[in-house]
Design a protein around this ligand. Sequence first.
Ligand SMILES: [Zn+2]
Ligand SMILES: [Zn+2]
Length: 138
Amino acid sequence: MLHGSCACGRVRYEIDGELVGPMSHCHCWQCRKHSGASFGTTCAVRSDDFRITAGEAELRYWESSPGIRRHFAGCCGTPVFKRLDAIPQVLGLRLGTLDCDPGRRVEDQVFAGSRVPWVELDPRLPADEEGAPFPERG
Ligand SMILES: [Zn+2]
Ligand SMILES: [Zn+2]
C-alpha cells in the first residue's frame, strides 16, 4: 500500500497496488509549468488502485487540452494526478506527492531536449533528446 498527500495535508490518497509503467523524469515545459519545478517526475497507477482517502472536496482540475484533466489540491495548489479521457484505466501520478518509498527508482528521462539550461541530466539513465526548452508564446 502506497500513500501520499498534498502540501497542506488535507488531500490524502492511497494506492492499493504497484506503480505501473516506467518512473520518469519528464523535462517537457508542460511538466515544468504544471509542477513549478525544473522537471516533473511521474508514473502511471491503475485507476482502480487509487483512492482519495481525505479532502476529496478540495480537489480541482483544469483541462490542459480536451480530455486531459490535471487534478490539483485546491487547498494549497499541489498538483496530484492527471487523467486522460482516452485512457480512463490509468492515471498519471505526480510522484513528489508520495509519502513513502515506492521501492522503485527512476528509469528514464523523457523530453530531455526540453530541459532547462540549469539542469544536468543523470548520465546513468537513458535520455530521449526530443523537444525545445521553452514554449513559443508571443
Ligand atoms: Zn492541500
Ligand atoms: Zn512532461
